[in-house]
Design a protein around this ligand. Structure first.
Ligand SMILES: N[C@H](CCC[C@H](N)C(=O)O)C(=O)O
Length: 420
């Protein structure tokens, strides 16, 4: 290769971090940490052209990931990485970062919950190698100690995303962060398939969009009075409720009796996956392992029954399984923002929902009192902590009177360099 091409190649060498949150994996580029990650900012933004994102995320020709992430320290402060080189200044624990996300198909994503945890972990790890201590599951910056009092030295990161500000706290190996925006949920009751010849839904059946449930007036949310669900079109999924929820990015949450079989079940929502992440949940503690003997081998399927004996829809379980089908990616092992969306739906539907007709009937009406208070475990704004189980571990969702919090693991897999 001639000299100038060689130089050009060297110019566009960029360091990356490979990380994941419960198997939802990322290639992360930082700016402002340790030695410059890019040859220059102009290069950096050129780097995130769609074809480059697709190349980076390609599991055969690139590095491979579900999302590509770019995190830039707003103060452009640099701290040494854990190998200790060129620590110029300990990053102020209140350092703010701008964080951008792209899906593996090159589309931009407004938010990525598992990605936020991975970015925060790497930053904390970098800071952690300097003058910080962990105590009672929290992390304190010894540089901020006054008379050795750690109470006000708590380490918290501010991460600015296109969906809003996230506060991330290091809780001893896991990351807890606040969701970036107000949540809005709408009960889907119409998936317009008229334009799509969707084999799963009889063309004459639709379910119409219900009104918005807005968290702002949760004290006296006017719940939908009745919800006409044509079980026929979703009976293939045994789904009882289908909601759209915006947690900074858009999700369709499907509450179900069994795990998703995407090769079949995604057909119902396929035409929506360019706009929504499909988040499929079913109760974890109601799973009954059904062993079916077929000829000489035993196959087991997990089924759960969320219709109680007295025909109530029991969604008061605290433990749920979750399977995402992500916009711009396809099936992934976990979806942080989608988990928050599922939690929001369950908190909203917290009280058992009385099915007025047998769920097995073609139609099922969901009646609820029009003056139903926003479902709460009690009026003191308390919501049950919910646990969502994925194949690699769990995510905890909790909620106080004005924030929704997510706690879960993140892991740095390796670091490397790529020439783009
Ligand atoms: N595919 C999503 C972005 C990533 C969400 C997911 N990886 C998460 O952890 O929240 C979207 O386009 O809205």
């Amino acid at each position: 290769m001639c000299r100038e091409n060689e130089d050009k190649k060297l110019q566009n060498k960029s360091r990356f971090i490979k990380a994941h949150g419960l198997g939802n994996d990322f290639v992360i580029f930082f700016s402002g940490i340790g030695k410059e990650m890019f040859s220059g900012r102009e290069h950096c933004f050129a780097m995130f052209a769609q074809e480059n994102i697709i190349h980076i995320a390609d599991r055969k020709l690139g590095i491979g990931c579900d999302q590509v992430i770019y995190a830039e320290s707003i103060h452009e402060r640099s701290i040494g990485n854990k190998h200790g080189n060129n620590i110029s200044e300990l990053c102020n624990p209140q350092t703010n970062y701008i964080v951008k996300f792209w899906n593996s198909d090159g589309s931009h994503a407004a938010f990525c919950g598992n990605g936020i945890r991975a970015v925060a972990l790497y930053i904390f790890d970098n800071i952690l190698s300097n003058n910080l201590i962990c105590k009672d599951n929290k992390t304190y910056n010894t540089n901020k100690l006054v008379n050795n009092d750690i109470s006000n030295a708590n380490l918290e990161l501010s991460l600015y995303t296109d969906s809003g500000l996230v506060k991330a706290i290091y809780t001893g190996g896991e990351i807890t962060y606040s969701m970036p925006c107000e949540f809005f949920a709408e009960e889907i009751s119409e998936i317009d398939n008229s334009k799509q010849k969707n084999p799963c839904i009889p063309q004459n059946k639709n379910i119409a969009l219900k009104k918005k449930i807005n968290t702002k007036d949760t004290s006296k949310s006017e719940f939908f009075n009745t919800c006409e669900i044509g079980l026929e079109e979703i009976s293939a999924l045994d789904a009882f409720h289908v909601f759209t929820v915006n947690t900074g990015n858009n999700h369709i949450v499907v509450i179900n009796n069994r795990e998703a079989k995407w090769d079949h079940d995604i057909n119902i929502f396929k035409h929506l996956t360019s706009m929504f992440n499909i988040i499929w949940i079913w109760p974890n503690d109601k799973s009954v392992d059904k062993k079916q003997k077929t000829k000489n081998k035993e196959t087991s399927t997990t089924e759960s029954n969320i219709i109680t004996k007295d025909n109530k829809l029991d969604i008061n379980s605290d433990n749920w399984n979750i399977m995402p089908y992500e916009r711009g990616v396809g099936p992934t092992m976990a979806c942080g923002s989608g988990t928050a969306a599922a939690a929001f739906v369950l908190w909203t539907l917290q009280n058992p929902v009385q099915l007025t007709e047998k769920a097995s009937d073609l139609k099922c009406k969901v009646e609820r009192n029009t003056n139903t208070e926003c479902s709460r475990t009690n009026t003191k704004d308390e919501y049950k902590k919910l646990i969502f189980h994925t194949k690699l571990g769990k995510i905890e969702m909790s909620r106080d009177s004005n924030k929704i919090w997510q706690k879960g693991p993140a892991e740095i897999s390796f670091e490397g360099e790529i020439i783009i």
